[in-house]
Write a protein that binds this ligand. Structure first.
Ligand code: ADP
Ligand code: ZN
Length: 437
């Protein structure tokens, strides 16, 4: 099923024409309403009339997270305060949170985008959907909530916390869908097993997972343990929140709501546009936002755009690949670049390990060190660490594999099941002690 065929299945020409028109209006709007943008455009000698088609976008200046922080809290707001009906903040994963104000129309568009996303996951009005993203300043909870309600399914605003009570609700209400971080989905699965229940006691069938990077192996793990099909939803508060892009039944990339958010991929060092398929930094320009429109916002998220083409699901909207990580997530260890998600893939390629790990980076005598703490699965845990010999061999097997696949040297520390801290929201996978030195 497709929520909005008119907007999700447009021909490329129609879409480009619409984007060009909306881009022009957005530039005109910020030129007249945001002194920050007027100054930036004037410095480049650009007026709104210079921006007529999507190809003109390359003339526009970039906006960075630092710009938002420098203009905290409302410096980039375009709509008058009287028009703002909701204020959210980013999680602050990489520094001070940024503030985003929404007008009533922004909230409607967000709900529409979220409804497109849920419909793409197979959610219908008959579903009962639990939203287990945090409710509050974080956009996950309320964003998903409005989308479920807007499409006419029933929403259960569970939020995070009190996991056992939540599981009982999932069972007793016959909840069929859940939105949360992949980390929390895994935590739910663990708690379910601890309560002596299995996926067969639940009717869950669809999971809307996002807000943090996750891998295919993680998807398989969650699907098997919760008995549902897990889909990827991507978004960020600065652009709108969850549902900037979403998977379809093909699960080969995520369709971007590109009538509202125009995507580009750039080389983060040279700022040059990169061709389709090439990995780089994702950049979005909002095309319809009123509260805080952004021109060429550098997300710091790393991925690639897929070539235009019709997807087997029937949608024509452009697809993007999975987010490998954020440019500021990337660890450089003794000159080798590595993302936590790559380490996760190697860990999960070995059946002895649970998808629970922590990378601890340090610098000793001017040399970077990487320690990987990883949990053993229950069935491989002998109950104590007294019989170390087989475990040492296992730790070595993992460090050898990390060396051969990712070329990194790491000291592996095996942990007993359930000993690495769980998260109800976004997980923390890295402690970089070098930053404290
Ligand atoms: P913060 O940047 O402080 O975490 P947000 O709460 O707005 O702020 O979260 C948005 C970020 O979360 C994105 O920029 C991206 O890094 C990450 N994210 C969101 N959805 C996904 C996803 N499906 N896959 C990978 N990363 C995601
Ligand atoms: Zn598709």
């Amino acid at each position: 099923m497709i929520w909005n065929e008119n907007k999700e299945c447009m021909s490329r020409d129609e879409m480009s024409a619409l984007q060009g028109k909306r881009l022009h209006s957005t530039v005109k709007y910020v030129y007249h309403n945001v002194p920050f943008y007027r100054a930036k455009l004037q410095a480049l000698d650009i007026t709104p009339d210079d921006i007529r088609t999507v190809e003109d976008i390359v003339k526009l200046p970039f906006t960075t997270k630092q710009d938002l922080r420098d203009n905290y809290p409302f410096g980039l707001q375009a709509a008058p305060s009287s028009e703002i009906v909701r204020i959210h903040a980013s999680t602050g994963t990489t520094g001070n949170p940024t503030i985003v104000g929404y007008t009533r129309k922004d909230i409607e568009i967000w709900s529409e985008c979220m409804s497109r996303c849920l419909t793409s996951f197979g959610v219908t009005r008959d579903d009962v959907f639990s939203v287990a993203y945090g409710y509050g300043l974080f956009t996950g909870g309320l964003g998903a909530h409005y989308g479920v309600e807007n499409m006419g399914a029933a929403v259960v605003p569970a939020s995070t916390g009190n996991t056992e009570k939540h599981i009982r609700l999932i069972r007793d209400l016959g909840i069929t869908g859940i939105a949360c971080t992949p980390s929390y989905a895994l935590y739910l699965a663990e708690s379910l097993e601890k309560m002596g229940l299995t996926k067969n006691d639940l009717k869950l069938r669809i999971g809307a997972f996002g807000a943090e990077p996750w891998t295919e192996s993680m998807r398989t793990e969650i699907q098997e343990r919760l008995g549902l099909k897990g889909y990827n939803v991507y978004g960020l508060s600065e652009i709108i929140g969850p549902s900037v892009s979403y998977e379809c039944e093909c699960q080969d990339g995520s369709h971007i709501n590109e009538d509202h958010f125009y995507p580009e991929i750039i080389d983060p060092d040279t700022l040059e546009s990169l061709p389709d398929g090439q990995m780089g930094e994702l950049v979005f320009t909002t095309l319809t936002k009123e509260g805080m429109p952004l021109l060429r916002y550098r997300t710091k998220d790393l991925t690639y755009l897929m070539p235009y083409g019709n997807c087997a699901c029937g949608r024509t909207n452009r697809k993007m690949g999975r987010i490998t990580g954020r440019s500021d997530d990337m660890l450089i260890i003794r000159g080798i670049n590595v993302f936590p998600s790559q380490v996760e893939s190697v860990i999960l390629s070995m059946e002895e390990f649970a998808p629970r790990y922590l990378l601890v980076v340090d610098r000793v005598n001017n040399l970077d060190t990487l320690q990987i703490q990883v949990e053993l699965r229950q069935e491989y845990f002998t109950g104590d660490f007294d019989h170390l010999a087989p475990l040492e061999a296992l730790a070595k097997k993992l460090s050898d594999k990390l060396k051969s696949v990712l070329s990194i040297s790491a000291k592996v520390q095996l942990k007993a099941p359930n000993t690495i801290q769980r998260s109800e929201g976004k997980s923390k996978f890295v402690i970089d002690n070098r930053k404290l030195k």
